[in-house]
Design a binder for this molecule. Structure first.
Ligand SMILES: Nc1ncnc2c1ncn2[C@@H]1O[C@H](COP(=O)(O)OP(=O)(O)OP(=O)(O)O)[C@@H](O)[C@H]1O
Ligand SMILES: [Mg+2]
Length: 506
């Protein structure tokens, strides 16, 4: 056994317990993977390392070597990843040859390797070498547009542990748009696969992630499940009646994989609406869970929530609810401060800066990510490496941010809820942050000839609270985010919006 690693990697693995794996060789280079996810940057638990040996340096010019390394990146499909290149010699010529603004290769020459080995803060030293070469906007883990996992996934430890720790319980992950449902499901999926790979080295086909918004017909969904579990049975599915075939199929697959089938079904809302009333398919799924064949983790918002509490629905009591809410202040701090500090950014007044961001985003992870993205971009442009509460001003002026705020509001609410917000904001135009009761909402709506029944108003308030737009306190409600109110008031003519909503019907 006793595999030989280059000294730096050996040291990182033995002394500092970074997880390390050998990869295949490609184009004559030995490859490794190192787990740098603990840095909370865009460096995964699977960060590639290419070893450039002394003989490689002797036999080719820096330009040729670079071309060769770029081919390794192509061949391995690493275009979107940051790649560490260990060079057993002087790396400065290579750095010079690589002058691309979208640079994702980071060189560590022999001088630097020795420096790290001698250092009293070796991890910090390696991090410094990386962040001097890769732009901070690429190294930063912030992401506002797609689900996040691994080193970019924050908080939600409790939820992840609960799902992973109870394989006999199905879960429904509920929460408003962009609160982090898909991210949670993807992170659970990632950890399940990791566990399963550690146990048997298979690529765990019994774990299925399906985005139901692409699979709205039952036939398509069933077909996709069969395709993922055992594509050879697709012809049988086409020939047999699905209600005989499918339950039996699931049972057989459980035996085949010697493991419970785990279905992660994202975006279940539309599927429920489409099948409303015709529950046969969901009954089949439920029966499979009762027999211990499957575990389900589903994610949705309105409809999923309704069905869980609807006595006539097969969803009733079927899954335990996990409701995702905004980050706590401590978790927001973790998301803001840890990556920034690892990027070498100092906080002039950390507690005030974090406090301001927290207040203005109401702890919504996606909005916090927006703040951080804009701040990182700002720092990159100016070359500064310090943040203070004053830095936040640039965020309010950002068009993308404004649009984003408004879009999440539009996505999370239906017309009646929008009407409540527009009417109250017109009534309270001068002092939008003071509290108001349901009676105030009713009065504000009536000024526009809108009469909403008590029950309906109550439901609207619940949704607005769930959507993180209002916060209840006793009998009063408050807007959670001053920034949201300001942006809404400054961007739109609220009277016009209200008329539009009325026209469409509430
Ligand atoms: N655990 C998390 N850590 C850090 N950021 C997060 C986390 N969860 C969500 N976010 C932020 O929120 C954004 C939206 O996350 P995600 O797509 O998982 O939400 P969603 O609830 O599935 O949204 P949708 O309702 O649109 O499907 C991410 O791009 C990221 O900016
Ligand atoms: Mg989602």
């Amino acid at each position: 056994m006793g595999k030989e690693y280059p000294p730096l990697l050996q040291f990182l693995s033995d002394k500092l317990e970074y997880r390390l794996l050998s990869g295949k060789s490609t184009l004559g280079y030995v490859l490794y993977y190192i787990d740098l996810s603990s840095w909370r940057l865009r460096l995964s638990d699977w960060t590639p390392v290419v070893h450039v040996q002394r003989s490689d340096l002797l036999n080719s010019s820096p330009r040729q070597l670079l071309q060769s390394l770029q081919d390794v990146v192509r061949e391995r499909g690493w275009q979107r990843r940051i790649v560490l290149v260990l060079v057993d010699g002087d790396s400065s010529a290579l750095r010079l040859a690589l002058r691309s603004p979208l640079q994702t290769l980071a060189f560590v020459g022999d001088e630097e390797q020795r420096g790290i080995l001698r250092s009293r803060r070796p991890s910090g030293e390696l991090l410094d070498i990386l962040s001097a070469q890769v732009p901070i906007s690429i190294l930063a883990p912030y992401n506002t547009t797609s689900p996040v996992t691994g080193s970019c996934f924050f908080d939600r430890e409790y939820e992840v542990a609960k799902i992973l720790g109870n394989p006999d319980v199905s879960y429904a992950v509920l929460g408003v748009r962009r609160i982090g449902k898909t991210s949670l499901m993807r992170e659970v999926e990632r950890r399940l696969r990791e566990e399963s790979a550690a146990a048997e080295t298979e690529d765990s086909p019994h774990i299925l992630f399906l985005d139901c918004s692409d699979l709205l017909e039952r036939e398509m969904l069933v077909e996709q499940i069969v395709r993922k579990l055992n594509p050879r049975e697709l012809p049988r599915l086409a020939m047999q009646n699905y209600s005989f075939f499918f339950p039996d199929f699931l049972e057989r697959m459980r035996r085949k994989y010697k493991s419970k089938l785990i279905f992660l079904l994202d975006e279940i809302d539309d599927l429920i609406v489409l099948h409303g009333g015709d529950w046969e398919f969901f009954r089949t799924l439920r029966a499979a869970s009762n027999k211990g064949i499957c575990q389900y983790i589903v994610a949705g918002f309105r409809e999923a929530q309704n069905q869980l509490h609807n006595l006539d629905s097969p969803f009733y009591n079927f899954a335990e609810e996990i409701r995702l809410s905004e980050f706590t202040r401590e978790h927001a701090r973790e998301l803001i401060v840890t990556p920034m500090q690892n990027l070498g950014i100092r906080f002039k007044n950390e507690s005030d800066t974090v406090g301001r961001i927290y207040e203005e985003t109401a702890g919504h992870p996606n909005l916090i990510q927006f703040y951080c993205t804009i701040l990182v971009r700002q720092l990159e442009l100016t070359g500064q490496r310090e943040l203070s509460p004053d830095s936040l001003v640039s965020v309010y002026a950002d068009e993308v941010f404004k649009n984003h705020l408004l879009r999440s509001f539009m996505d999370n609410t239906q017309n009646r809820e929008k009407a409540v917000v527009y009417a109250i904001l017109q009534d309270h135009a001068e002092r939008p942050m003071v509290g108001f009761t349901q009676a105030d909402m009713d009065a504000a709506l009536r000024k526009h000839n809108l009469v909403v029944a008590h029950g309906a108003l109550n439901t609207s308030c619940d949704v607005l609270v769930l959507a993180g737009i209002l916060r209840p306190k006793g009998a009063e409600y408050f807007f959670t985010s001053p920034v949201f109110v300001r942006v809404l008031q400054q961007t739109y003519n609220l009277r016009y919006l209200l008329d539009k909503v009325k026209e469409e019907g509430i």
